[in-house]
Design a protein around this ligand. Structure first.
Ligand code: PLP
Length: 363
């Protein structure tokens, strides 16, 4: 087989290391490793295999949970959005899955089903995100309904932050408000969980019984400063190579729509990666790309299969077939690329497409 030179290297050791760092940050909590969306694009089974020392896994679809069970994982697995249909409940019990309950219709499904063995239920309260969850003033009635059933339910109260990663006064105010709402409505005997990656790092008082880290396990999100401080290492490194090099005269434009014009005679490297591989089409001129340990700027529109990079400043070092890192080195994070593209690292990691081979490395 002949492959395009575009590859996503997945550093298994970094993944294990990042989980250890999470554990050091949240020593009193259990860790629910969030591996939804195919392990944030890294491959769900691959990721789960490295994270066996987590206390449980969080996924968004029952298919993912079943796949993990088929592969022999015996961990608690939480369906983060619960079940989407009543029929899924029999699979939930057969496979001993844990479920979130966020709406009254799900409560009714639970009340109308017989559970033979104990069932863990994570009741979701809306503390201000206004996405999923029961309103705070209805939480006691939801609990009462579920407790009135004969079914052997065990309860956890959970919620989710909207702005734990937002390093502004408003972000902090919002997060603390959500936290105090959570604290106020949490029944004493319930286990509790609210912290995602940003919260478990920035608001340790939010760790409770279970923390739910996602993005930090993959060595992204949080911002460079916190990633460095807690020594979280990038897991995915996206690479390709230079497939053509040519000089463009001052005043000439490069690529679709003439979005970049040479301000001097410029050396342009054409790199074999594009939005067909998951490189963001909205990456602007100047988005950094790494060649020979140096950052050089994207020049012109991202195409389906190619990008063009201004390598004038390293003209005497570059050759055809040289390696290019798009993200995931120590100096070029996926979040930095995302920032230049009007998105977040999460989306870029999830968006690497099928045609890009994922290659495991362990160093
Ligand atoms: C995705 C998700 C998380 C993980 O969030 P990160 O920001 O990636 O740490 C935690 N909890 C819930 C409910 C989620 O959906």
């Amino acid at each position: 087989m002949f492959y395009r030179p575009t590859k996503a290297y997945i550093n298994l050791k970094a993944l294990r290391h990042n989980l250890q760092q999470v554990k050091k940050l949240a020593t009193a909590s259990k860790v629910l490793a969030v591996i939804k969306a195919n392990g944030y694009g890294h491959g769900i089974e691959r990721v789960a295999k490295q994270l066996t020392s987590a206390d449980g896994f969080g996924v968004a679809s029952i298919d993912d949970a079943l796949r993990l069970r088929q592969k022999g994982f015996l961990h608690p697995i939480l369906l983060l959005e619960g079940v989407f249909s009543k029929e899924e409940l029999s699979l939930v019990t057969q496979n001993r899955l844990d479920i979130v309950v966020h709406s009254q219709y799900q409560v009714e499904w639970l009340l109308n089903q017989r559970f033979e063995q104990s069932q863990n239920i994570w009741i979701k309260i809306n503390t201000g995100m206004h996405r999923l969850g029961f309103e705070p003033d209805s939480i006691s009635s939801v609990i009462a309904q579920l407790q009135s059933s004969e079914n052997p339910f065990n309860f956890t109260l959970m919620s989710h932050f909207s702005s734990a990663d937002v390093a502004t006064e408003v972000g902090e105010k919002t997060t603390l408000k959500q936290l105090s709402c959570f604290e106020k409505f949490k029944p004493d005997q319930f286990t509790a969980s609210i912290a995602n990656s940003a919260a478990l790092v920035r608001y340790p008082q939010s760790q409770y019984d279970w923390v739910r880290p996602g993005i930090m396990l993959y060595g992204a999100g949080l911002g460079t400063q916190l990633l460095n401080r807690y020594n979280l290492q990038p897991v995915m490194r996206l690479e390709s190579t230079i497939q053509a090099l040519h000089w463009v005269a001052k005043g000439e434009s490069v690529g679709y729509g003439q979005k970049w014009t040479a301000s001097e005679d410029s050396l342009i490297a054409v790199v074999a990666i594009g939005y067909g591989d998951g490189y963001p089409r909205h990456a602007k001129n100047g988005t950094p790309v790494e060649i020979h340990n140096q950052k050089v700027p994207l020049a012109g529109t991202v195409s389906m299969d190619m990008i063009t990079v201004d390598v004038t400043k390293i003209a005497n070092q570059v050759s055809i077939h040289d390696k290019v890192i798009l993200w995931g080195s120590q100096q070029l994070s996926v979040d930095e690329v995302a920032e230049h593209s009007g998105t977040i690292g999460y989306e870029l990691l999830c968006g690497v497409t099928q045609r890009v081979p994922h290659i495991e490395e362990n160093a």
